[in-house]
Design a protein. Structure first.
Lengths: 168, 159
């Protein structure tokens, strides 16, 4: 874990392709599945444990977008834990977009997902003068070791300031 | 949430488009979602949001996708379409930030349809989903694969 404190404070140039992290795990409760479903995805298989028994899923499952939201929370917590002095949010990269998102297996109450990411590509493109684009492959596995969720996301990372723009 | 299903996969054709209602995202909504799922300064703290890349407090990108799902779900319910889930999103772009007070609506266009696989109870349609704000600016654009019921009970009986 020696290198961990520097994860969030690194510049785009410091982040190596191939870096791999197991960054969090989360157990989905029935209540949080239903709460999310009622707000954002009110199909019976996301909101009603009894009614869900009569659907193709034969029970309550988490909305795929709930899994995405939990992925985000795991990622933010991981970065927070390893933050070193980056307090103003400037170096927090925003997401640009993602591709190849797959919901492969249902996530049910009591299931625990473990989240991983690997840096797979760094684009040469410069966004709004000082941001680079980091591409990572993200996966989540359930407690049986099955891959249940995967996607590839592009996230901005701040480029190292040039000599033209000296830091104070 | 029980509505009579009157439209199955067979009844939906490529080219068909739906327009959703709109949902207004309040400051409270942004803060609540961020506190639970995306506690970063530009989603939680107006002051540091000012100096961020977004230039102000804005909704988490995953909050926007969740609201998109609500718009889509409500529309399919209104249309009595048997929506049985999704197996993925081939691509999504976050194109503009969503700020407090923005009203989002969406167009959903059926691009392709694919016959049922092993399980005859559902088949897929690919939809392009374009979510816009009240100014007509597209905020997210995605292509998703949706599972639509076929009305077949076969697999349910066989387990």
């Amino acid at each position: 874990m020696d290198k961990a404190p520097y994860i969030r404070s690194r510049w785009f140039e410091d982040i190596p392709v191939g870096e791999f992290h197991v960054f969090g795990n989360h157990t989905f409760s029935e209540k949080e599945i239903v709460d999310f479903g009622e707000k954002y995805a009110p199909q019976v298989y996301h909101t009603d444990p009894d009614g869900a028994l009569d659907t193709i899923y034969r029970g309550l499952i988490a909305s795929g977008w709930h899994i995405c939201a939990v992925w985000m929370r795991m990622m933010v917590d991981y970065m927070e834990r390893f933050a070193t002095g980056v307090q103003d949010g400037r170096r927090n990269g925003a997401g640009v977009g993602f591709q190849d998102l797959k919901w492969l297996k249902p996530v049910r109450p009591g299931h625990t997902l473990t989240f991983t990411y690997e840096i797979i590509e760094k684009s040469d493109k410069v966004v709004r003068d000082h941001w680079g684009v980091i591409r990572s492959r993200n996966e989540a596995f359930n407690q049986y070791g099955e891959l249940v969720f995967s996607f590839v996301i592009d996230i901005l990372a701040e480029r190292r300031p040039t000599e033209r723009r000296p830091t104070e | 949430m029980t509505t009579a299903i009157t439209r199955y996969w067979q009844d939906i054709q490529p080219g068909e488009a739906f327009c959703t209602e709109s949902i207004t995202i309040s400051r409270r909504d942004i803060l609540d979602f961020a506190a639970e799922f995306d506690p970063q300064p530009y989603h939680l703290d107006p002051e540091s949001a000012e100096s961020s890349i977004f230039g102000g407090l804005c909704a988490s990108g995953w909050h926007v996708t969740a609201v998109m799902m609500r718009l889509l779900t409500d529309t399919f319910m209104t249309e009595h379409i048997d929506l049985l889930g999704s197996n993925g999103v081939s691509s999504l772009r976050w194109r503009k930030p969503v700020f407090a007070g923005d009203a989002l609506h969406s167009s959903i266009t059926v691009e392709e349809k694919f016959p049922a696989g092993k399980d005859p109870r559902f088949a897929f349609i690919d939809c392009k989903v374009d979510v816009s704000n009240q100014h007509g600016d597209s905020v997210i654009l995605l292509t998703t694969s949706l599972m639509i019921g076929t009305g077949s009970e076969e697999a349910a009986q066989h387990g």
